[in-house]
Design a binder for this molecule. Structure first.
Ligand code: ADP
Ligand code: MG
Length: 397
């Protein structure tokens, strides 16, 4: 892995006074009964928005929300997001009736320095995910320059993350820049020992990270449903546990590579089993990791949690992605809670990524105790793997 420190043009250096700036933000927030249920991602974009307003830019904000699949879906309108943003900014947020088009262009033309206009959900337009050149042109017509602050969407080559960046002077926003720097520090200059904790549901999404960290980490701790692909690869019975078939082959390879690597791959030594995926199901702790038929492994056991806690406490740098079990179900949350507490208490530099892992941290009230909480799940994994993010690559150097 080469030294690829962040070298893109920063919004801090952009001359924006009196200009219209199209800002791609990640306002893909959870909604509940037409209101924003968690405004973390909106708050994360405030520094860039405030900087641009202070410098006299007129802002045109654009984001996706959910998966409307190229069609207008009133349930996924940006309206509630604009309302919450207005409260946080203490300023009026104008809401566009569409993403692009004449009406929107008229609204943009009427903006004064410091004004904020929020476009409709960019995924109402089929051209967005297709990175359609005509749609990218239509977006570009709305502004003089472009800022990408949507780290969570930077791994997508879409019109609002990539296409438009090739059509306007294109800068990195403060959040995007910070995300890239914090995550790259983990792979490029981690304080040793580097301990990587991986869990969650899909091995195939995360095996690239295992690959990359086998080279540079001192240990990789594996929990969550992910561990069952490894157990299956080792010929251990997994009962009714969630096993991703594709993941078994990948786990076999990772186990083989781990033998030659100077990195310890640590799997659970005990588990918490449940009969079904619900909070009221029969539950028991198993000493050992064999799972009988009729049962599924839904959490790491207490001995594993203790071993993982110890490794995290002794680390110089910790990267955590993926819960240790079905933490949404209280009877199976203890392993994830133990890891979250260990990460929060560790003197190490601690970085947490992944939507559900971050949700777990918040659920336990520990998000403030971690050095960097990434707003990007998929984007953070791809960056850590050394992949190029289209939304970053497309920015001016
Ligand atoms: P993140 O969003 O942090 O990257 P993932 O999306 O990969 O994490 O995985 C989170 C999901 O994994 C959670 O919904 C959790 O319930 C589930 N999960 C974790 N461990 C298990 C398990 N042993 N069996 C079934 N589901 C699990
Ligand atoms: Mg997730």
């Amino acid at each position: 892995m080469g030294a690829v420190s962040f070298s893109k043009a920063s919004v801090r250096d952009a001359d924006v006074a009196g200009k219209r700036v199209l800002v791609r933000v990640d306002f893909n927030v959870p909604l509940d009964a037409g209101r924003v249920a968690d405004d973390t991602r909106i708050r994360a974009a405030l520094p860039t928005i405030e900087l641009l307003r202070e410098r006299g830019a007129a802002l045109v904000l654009v984001s996706h929300l959910g998966r409307p699949k190229g069609k207008v879906d009133p349930a996924l309108s940006m309206r509630p997001v604009g309302e919450r943003l207005g409260e946080l900014l203490g300023a009026t947020v104008h809401q566009a009736p569409a993403v692009v088009g004449e009406d929107v262009e008229t609204m943009v033309a009427g903006l004064s320095p410091g004004d904020v206009l929020l476009l409709e959900n960019v995924r109402f337009e089929p051209g967005e995910t297709e990175d359609d050149p005509n749609f990218a042109d239509a977006l570009a017509r709305l502004a003089d320059l472009y800022v990408n602050d949507a780290f969570g969407a930077a791994h997508r080559a879409h019109a609002s993350t990539e296409g438009v960046a090739h059509r306007l002077p294109a800068y990195a926003g403060l959040l995007l820049e910070r995300e890239v720097n914090e995550l790259m520090r983990v792979v490029e200059s981690p304080e040793p020992p580097l301990v990587v904790v991986l869990g969650g549901a899909k091995v195939s999404d995360k095996v690239g990270v295992i690959d990359c960290f086998l080279e540079i980490a001192d240990s990789i701790l594996i929990g969550g449903a992910m561990c069952f692909s490894f157990f299956r690869a080792q010929g251990i019975a997994t009962g009714d546990s969630l096993v991703e078939e594709e993941g078994v082959r990948l786990a076999e390879e990772a186990l083989r590579r781990a033998e030659d690597a100077d990195c310890e791959l640590m799997l659970p030594v005990d588990l918490v089993l449940g009969e079904g995926f619900d909070a009221a199901t029969a539950r028991r702790e198993s000493d050992g990791v064999e799972v009988p038929d009729g049962w599924m492994g839904l959490d790491i056991g207490p001995r594993t949690a203790a071993v993982f806690t110890e490794a995290i406490a002794a680390a110089g740098t910790v990267l955590w992605n993926g819960p240790m079990g079905a933490f949404e179900l209280e009877p199976f949350a203890a392993g994830t809670r133990a890891v979250a507490e260990a990460v929060a208490a560790s003197p190490a530099t601690t970085v947490v990524g992944g939507g559900d892992s971050v949700a777990a941290l918040r659920q336990f009230g520990l998000a403030e105790k971690v050095d960097w909480v990434s707003t990007g799940g998929g984007a953070s994994l791809e960056l850590l793997e050394g992949k190029k993010l289209p939304g970053v690559e497309a920015l001016d150097a």
